[in-house]
Design a protein around this ligand. Structure first.
Ligand code: BTN
Length: 256
């Protein structure tokens, strides 16, 4: 897949910019809005995405995945999360840490218990198909200190002790995404995709502490369903399904 990088010296939010340009019919599949100076980056919900000017990678990719049914939107989440996971892993030298690069469901990328990258998808559905998707990706690269209220940020420089060229990193990221996108959407090999995603999940098959509207509980992630809902097996053997925001990952898992 061919990408066309549109570099902006600064912008409030690459996702918002992409959205406006799509409304003006000025963007197409493969266009990538790229900046190293995002002034009002958006996270999930009302969250902000913190980024010190010049230090990190922020992009929004325009995709037109007409072949994906609306009910299979989670395919895109898996494709992009795996592409970023691979990229981060390749940029960390320490073997133990490499192994700790994982996808925190649904689409945060973690190193150990720390968040190194986030993805903000905006999918537009028409007649049960994805008309287009704005895939916003923020990767913490060369930032050494974080000031926002984000609970657990980490950057590549903190995880690997070396500064990284952001333009080169972007090329590799797009290469990873393009390869996965072609492989999985055109070949439709969703089973292999899901297996890779599950095998890279943070806390997969590890008994851990969670909470939902009923309170805190112990359980373990055992699967995701077709819609990307998380399936957790409780200690008594029953399984519960969660949509995004219906479950919280609690820290400090207990042994009882
Ligand atoms: C999250 O984990 O909360 C999602 C973070 C997404 C941040 C990226 S940075 C590039 C793109 N433009 C935005 O305004 N947000 C996304």
């Amino acid at each position: 897949m061919k990408f066309n990088i549109i570099k902006l010296p600064k912008v409030k939010s690459t996702n918002n910019y992409a959205q406006q340009q799509i409304e003006n019919k000025a963007l197409k599949e493969g266009d990538v809005i790229f900046t190293i100076n995002q002034e009002e980056g958006r996270g999930h919900g009302d969250n902000r995405w913190e980024s010190e000017p010049g230090k990190n990678l922020q992009i929004s990719i325009i995709l037109e995945p007409h072949m994906i049914e609306a009910s299979n939107q989670f395919i895109l989440t898996q494709i992009v999360s795996l592409a970023i996971t691979d990229l981060i892993r390749k940029n960390i030298r320490d073997k133990k840490l490499k192994h700790e690069v994982r996808i925190k469901w649904p689409n945060d990328i973690y190193v150990g218990d720390f968040k190194i990258a986030g993805i903000l998808f905006q999918n537009f559905i028409k007649r049960n198909k994805i008309e287009y998707s704005v895939v916003g990706i923020g990767i913490n690269v060369n930032q050494n200190r974080f000031f926002s209220s984000a609970p657990n940020p980490i950057s590549l420089i903190q995880a690997s002790n070396k500064s990284i060229n952001i333009t080169k990193l972007l090329k590799k990221l797009l290469n990873n995404i393009g390869t996965n996108y072609e492989k999985y959407t055109f070949e439709g090999n969703y089973t292999e995709l899901k297996t890779s995603y599950i095998n890279n999940l943070y806390r997969y098959n590890v008994r851990s502490n969670y909470s939902d509207i009923t309170g805190a509980f112990m359980g373990q992630i055992v699967d995701i369903d077709q819609y990307g809902r998380l399936i957790i097996r409780l200690d008594n053997g029953t399984e519960k399904k969660y949509d995004f925001k219906e479950i919280k990952f609690r820290h400090y898992p207990t042994t009882n």
